[in-house]
Design a protein around this ligand. Structure first.
Ligand code: PLP
Ligand code: COI
Length: 365
């Protein structure tokens, strides 16, 4: 099978899909990342033969040798995207081409075989079509797609693997934060950083998340929902949260978000919100913002709102910031007006309730 052939997936229907009544019960309150659909996509790569054996089949466990590279050296990347229900019962992906491009960039950074972008998009589209009954209809719910790639060579030598499995699984999801969290409290990590210049910060690799967990656990112990990471060089500039980008809103109506200098994940939600904010006539700066400045601006009232954004989190207001040296509230501590407006503008496009002037919506059926 050549690269272009792999776009056509061999389809073997799950002989034992979950009963409709059980599926409906799960979709009522799916939470995040616990409810999985009946099928998965796999495509295999091996040096010399390229990408081959694309298939959609019953979701099942992998059978891997204990010496498989991914278990030892974490050569793994992933993506996160959603399929949204449209008002007429159809469904759409949001900017899947952007996820495909980021997946390719992540692969190159981790010295993995890049998957052709068209193959990535087609694999996700096909899985959503096959598992369409798993797309929840409740407001704010969606089918979360998790494409990922692991190295599968059996070898303890440290080198890029010669073999890979690319896989897509799907999970029916509601809100990422428990109870829909009207506003989250962040913990400023002083003990840990997420990414250093020259590291893997802008790649979506599992290792970045493994490295963030001790900081996230510290945040949880302190009663905070997410950790906020500062830059690794000066330990001064706000970079991003464990799994979200961050925006600041000022009293003159302008917005600011940290620039993409290689240490933060180039979020597709971040990019979309910059465009939507400018469409609304707002000024957006991509400039560094120091944590002490954030505290001073929050206290003086110059900063009126702040929010986290990402596929899983959508747009979530930041109410409070805590840390060993910090304890301040942003605005009223709840959802602000600009945040609400941007969230609505984004969700309206994603859910097909508003026109799509930028061609972001990829209708599947
Ligand atoms: N930053 C990190 C560390 C993330 O894990 C995510 C989520 O994917 C984001 C930012 C936001 O990216 P996106 O908007 O593409 O989902
Ligand atoms: C996403 O938003 O897709 C992510 O990968 C973030 C993660 C915290 C679930």
């Amino acid at each position: 099978m050549t690269e272009s052939d792999a776009k056509t997936f061999l389809f073997e229907k799950n002989p034992k899909p979950l009963a409709a009544s059980e599926r409906e019960a799960l979709l009522e309150n799916p939470g995040f990342g616990r409810v999985f659909t009946d099928h998965m996509v796999t495509i295999r790569y091996s040096e010399g033969r390229g990408w081959q054996d694309g298939r959609i089949e019953a979701r099942r466990a992998f059978d891997l040798d204990p010496a498989t590279v991914v278990f030892h050296y974490a050569q793994e990347i992933f993506e996160g995207m959603k399929a949204y229900r449209l008002p007429d019962g159809g469904a759409a992906l949001f900017r899947p081409d952007a996820n495909a491009r980021r997946f390719r960039n992540s692969a190159l950074r981790l010295a993995m075989a890049p998957l052709p972008e068209e193959m990535f998009v087609e694999s996700v589209r096909e899985l959503v079509r096959v598992d369409r009954d798993w797309i929840p209809t409740a407001d704010g719910a969606a089918l979360y797609l998790r494409p990922f790639m692991i190295s599968t060579e059996v070898l303890l030598g440290v080198k890029p693997s010669s073999d890979y499995i690319y896989c897509v699984i799907a999970s029916s999801v509601g809100s990422y934060f428990k109870g829909g969290a009207p506003a989250v409290t962040l913990w400023v990590s002083e003990n840990y950083t997420r990414a250093a210049p020259g590291g893997t910060g802008e790649a979506k690799c599992g290792g970045n998340y493994a490295a963030s967990l001790a900081a996230q656990a510290e945040a949880t112990r302190e009663g905070c929902e997410q950790v906020i990471f500062l830059d690794a060089v000066e330990r001064r500039y706000v970079e991003e949260l464990g799994g979200m980008n961050v925006f600041f809103v000022f009293d003159d109506g302008s917005l600011q978000t940290p620039p993409l200098t290689g240490t933060i994940l180039p979020g597709i939600t971040r990019d979309s919100l910059i465009t939507l904010a400018r469409d609304l006539g707002l000024t957006v700066r991509e400039e560094p913002y120091a944590i002490d400045r954030w505290e001073a601006d929050a206290k003086s009232g110059r900063l009126t709102e702040a929010f986290a954004c990402g596929t899983a989190a959508v747009v979530t207001p930041i109410g409070k910031v805590k840390g060993r040296k910090y304890n301040f509230t942003i605005g009223s501590g709840g959802a602000g007006q600009v945040t609400g407006k941007l969230k609505a503008a984004l969700l309206d496009i994603q859910n097909g309730r508003a026109p799509d002037p930028h061609g972001w919506v990829d209708r599947l059926f």
